[in-house]
Design a protein around this ligand. Structure first.
Ligand code: ZN
Length: 480
């Protein structure tokens, strides 16, 4: 890693940490006044409700329907028809995207892109406490599939164009909005990849805001840190496969397709990839150390040093999120084997899902898997097209300063912390296409992950209200 970036990383992390006079254990900030009777909030809530209640799952929903609903709202408040498009891919009538523009006054200023996906992960009514496709407001939370991932940001961005248009705001820099499909099922179809290939003008921009980061609350609801995501790990599946002549199960031998695979997986279970911090993750731990404080905070600082203390690494790795920030991870997620209960298995297969640190070659990971599995009987194959790999976008003052300014007003004392997301977003396609993409929402979430991709997905009403105000403030500053 280049020395300069190291110094810059440490400076960045330290600057961000000190700037916020971080309180160990989080800031006891009230945040802004939440008024759910404000007419603009009521209008927003209606748009959000309509979006959450429009099923956009791959199995039975339509992104095109959701995009058309929002297009109608944007033209109804006066955006020109030519500035509002629903782009439906040929042969995929339900996978349409919304592309809208709020033109800027300064043609030399490059556009800003606001990106969110409107498709959601599947949800079965019988598994949920409430209907996943009805927006339910209860005990300070909104419940529903996509209430957090990612219809909160999609609704906020669409509503943001409406607010700016209605208040007659003339941005210097053109603001583009893209609400796309397929993010959750990108192995089938990905809306951002499609637009880059077929309607690049819809997403062409100097930089973009996307999902990928929010804010951290502790278990008592204290505000720990506001995150801005720059870069993400690369999603890659590998198939592990063993074959065997098989035979009658009454005459078993030790050479068994399932045993080979199982033993290999056990070795993988005990293996950890080496720690490899990069400028963003170094800045993350440097900034989080004073926030978390105590022994853990000290460990966080220790692991940013050259030749970090192995014991500190072991302790930090106990937290799944921090462990995944430190290193590439590979985990078995699916397995199937055998063809009959009374026959020795002729075939056994497992899927291993890896989340690869940006910049680490895919083949290196495959070779490491082969070495760890340590059994020539196990064939290791990368699944599908490798994801585009792109270095983390730089966290420049142009990007960071407005975030810090608005955050300081809304959540005094809460640090702004750079993160590298362990999950994948559509930002990978934009970054690889040269459009620097940052995860930023200003929406603080509970430590348990808020049911995203799981059951009873939710978002705090306060967090959505605050996120809406935060993004409104930041986007106005970016757009100038
Ligand atoms: Zn998402």
């Amino acid at each position: 890693m280049k020395k300069t970036t190291l110094a810059a990383a440490l400076a960045l992390g330290t600057a961000l940490a000190t700037a916020s006079t971080a309180l160990a254990g989080g800031a006891k900030t009230e945040g802004i006044k939440v008024d759910l009777t404000r007419p603009d909030w009521v209008a927003f809530r209606n748009l959000y409700q309509q979006l959450v209640q429009t099923n956009t799952t791959l199995s039975s929903g339509s992104c095109t329907a959701a995009a058309q609903n929002i297009a109608a709202k944007l033209t109804a408040i006066g955006l020109k028809k030519s500035d509002v498009r629903v782009l439906v891919p040929e042969g995929r009538p339900k996978d349409g995207a919304l592309a809208a523009v709020l033109p800027g006054t300064d043609t030399s200023a490059k556009p800003l892109l606001l990106l969110a996906h409107i498709d959601v992960v599947e949800a079965k009514r019988e598994d949920w406490e409430r209907d996943p496709f009805t927006l339910v407001e209860e005990n300070g939370y909104f419940y529903g599939r996509g209430s957090s991932d990612d219809k909160a940001m999609a609704a906020v961005f669409a509503d943001l164009l409406i607010r700016l248009r209605q208040e007659g705001f003339r941005p210097k820099r053109t603001i583009k909005l893209a609400l796309t499909c397929g993010e959750e099922t990108s192995d089938t179809f990905d809306g951002v990849a499609y637009l880059l290939a077929h309607n690049r003008d819809a997403v062409e921009a100097e930089f973009a805001l996307n999902e990928g980061a929010g804010g951290r609350l502790d278990k008592d609801g204290n505000y720990l840190a506001l995150e801005i995501q720059a870069g993400e790990k690369v999603y890659q599946d590998f198939t592990l496969e063993t074959t065997n002549p098989g035979g009658h199960s009454s005459r078993p031998s030790k050479d068994n397709a399932i045993y080979h695979l199982a033993a290999g997986l056990n070795r993988l279970a005990a293996f950890d990839f080496p720690v490899a911090l990069n400028p963003v993750t170094k800045a993350y731990f440097t900034a989080m150390a004073p926030v978390i404080g105590g022994a853990i905070g000290a460990d966080m600082l220790a692991i940013t040093k050259d030749n970090p203390d192995p014991a500190a690494i072991t302790r930090i790795s106990q937290d799944a999120g921090w462990n995944s920030t430190l290193r590439t991870t590979c985990v078995a997620t699916m397995a199937n084997a055998g063809h009959a209960p009374n026959a020795l298995p002729q075939h056994a297969q497992a899927n291993v899902n890896c989340r690869i640190l940006p910049g680490q070659p895919l083949e290196d990971v495959r070779q490491t898997l082969i070495k760890v599995l340590d059994d020539p009987a196990i064939k290791v194959t990368a699944v599908g097209e490798p994801s585009p790999v792109s270095p983390p976008p730089a966290l420049t003052p142009t990007v960071l300063d407005p975030v810090k300014e608005v955050a300081a007003k809304m959540w005094p004392g809460v640090p702004v912390v750079p993160t590298q997301s362990t999950g994948a977003t559509d930002g990978r396609f934009l970054n690889a296409a040269g459009i620097a993409t940052y995860g930023l929402s200003g929406m603080f979430r509970d430590p348990d992950g808020s049911g995203v991709h799981g059951l009873n997905e939710r978002i705090r009403v306060r967090s959505l209200f605050e996120g809406r105000e935060f993004l409104y403030g930041v986007v106005k500053k970016y757009a100038g």
